[in-house]
Write a protein that binds this ligand. Sequence first.
Ligand SMILES: NC(=O)c1ccc[n+]([C@@H]2O[C@H](COP(=O)([O-])OP(=O)(O)OC[C@H]3O[C@@H](n4cnc5c(N)ncnc54)[C@H](OP(=O)(O)O)[C@@H]3O)[C@@H](O)[C@H]2O)c1
Length: 272
Amino acid sequence: MSKQTVDVVLVTGGSSGIGAATVKMLAEEGKTVYAASRRGTVPEGVSGKVVPVTMDVTDVESVNAALAGIIEAEGHIDAVVCNAGNGIAGPVEQTALEEGKYQFETCFWGAHNVIRAVLPTMREHSFGRIVTISSVAALVPIPFQTFYSAVKSAVLIYTKALSLEVKPYGIQCCSVLPGDTKTGFTSARKFTAESQSESEYSKRFKASVSKMEQDEKNGMPASKIAAAICKQLNRKKMNPTSTPRIDYKFFGFLVRILPTRLMLWIDGLLYG
Ligand SMILES: NC(=O)c1ccc[n+]([C@@H]2O[C@H](COP(=O)([O-])OP(=O)(O)OC[C@H]3O[C@@H](n4cnc5c(N)ncnc54)[C@H](OP(=O)(O)O)[C@@H]3O)[C@@H](O)[C@H]2O)c1
């Protein structure tokens, strides 16, 4: 009988926030966890088998080298959690091409680099679990964080399409959609260069980002998202998507049933 359980997991963005909490939880469950990030550090106070990996997900060579090292050591990788990410804020009119690309570089192409590198070994073993981290912002777009909303939407649809491609090979995919979560994400957020000069947008932009920052600082603990990720990895059949916390689940439901005009009106009241 082919493999049915997840024993070896690679978590990208394992040095902070949601990734660090996931590394910790998976290790406590007894899994072998590779925690990858540019810093290459592992969360403090973690017990179990955690191996730090220095990897920049935007650098294909760095990803391939890290994956090859894990496969050499373990013989296989059962699951990846493509969690590494960052955010950039700024009005669309004040976002240069390179700044927009920066947003896609880590969150989208970074995840793709890792997934592309891991699929051959998963197919070879007829077993694999892939978790990507989307966001509630993929469903409810955030003005002035348009590129963030767009990339998280792209991650979500990529994951759904991928799940159909790889299903015959015993590989399952799930995209987790966190809402506001208290992590290093808020302080790591970048701002587009033009958004820093006074303009027509300044007042609304500052108010919107400041509300978002407050919501994140008062947000869920990273462990709540980690628990949702672990739950999916332990399921025989993963859900295609997972949205932690009942109120965010309800948002997701509303988005599906409300007319778009009404949904955008409510969205605008919150973040416009
Ligand atoms: N916090 C929220 O409210 C929220 C809501 C929805 C979705 N999310 C998503 O959740 C994921 C995790 O974010 P977080 O909130 O936990 O933020 P965080 O605390 O800032 O953690 C981000 C992690 O990504 C890593 N990372 C960034 N760029 C990388 C790169 N090029 N290569 C490898 N690792 C990289 C960072 O490590 P190094 O700096 O050491 O590389 C860090 O470990 C992201 O995809 C984010 O978009 C967060």
